[in-house]
Ligand binder design. Structure first.
Ligand SMILES: [Zn+2]
Length: 113
C-alpha cells in the first residue's frame, strides 16, 4: 500500500462532486454518480467473493444515474484509512479506502475522452 492520503476532502453537493486533494498535491474530482456506480460494498459487487481492492473497469461503462441513489447524503471518515458514503436512497455500505479512491482517480484520467 502506498502512503498517499487525502489532505483535504470536500463534498460539493451543488455541483455533485467529491473534491479530494492528496498529500502529493494531486487533485481528484469525483462525480457522485461515478462513486455510486463504483460502490465497493458486497451488495453492489454481487457478493463478497467479487469484492476487489480496486474499482472495476466497467464502472465507466454504466450509464450515470440521476436519482436519489447518486445524491450524497453524508460522508464520514472511517478511521484514518477510508470514507464511508451514505446516499439519499439509504444505501451506506460502501467503504472507499484511499487506495481505491486513488485508483479510481487514475482510471478516470485514463477513461476521459
Ligand atoms: Zn454498495
Amino acid at each position: 500500500m502506498s502512503e498517499l492520503v487525502p489532505s483535504s476532502i470536500q463534498a460539493k453537493r451543488k455541483s455533485g462532486v467529491l473534491h479530494i486533494e492528496w498529500n502529493d498535491g494531486e487533485i481528484c474530482i469525483y462525480p457522485f454518480d461515478l462513486l455510486r456506480n463504483a460502490c465497493p460494498c458486497a451488495q453492489c459487487r454481487g457478493g463478497h467473493e467479487n469484492m476487489k481492492p480496486e474499482p472495476d473497469e466497467d464502472v465507466f461503462l454504466i450509464p450515470l444515474m440521476d436519482a436519489k441513489a447518486s445524491q450524497m447524503k453524508s460522508l464520514e471518515a472511517v478511521g484514518n484509512y477510508a470514507l464511508n458514503i451514505e446516499w439519499e436512497d439509504g444505501h451506506k455500505y460502501g467503504i472507499y479506502n484511499w487506495h481505491f479512491l486513488r485508483t479510481l482517480c487514475q482510471r478516470m484520467v485514463e477513461n476521459s475522452p
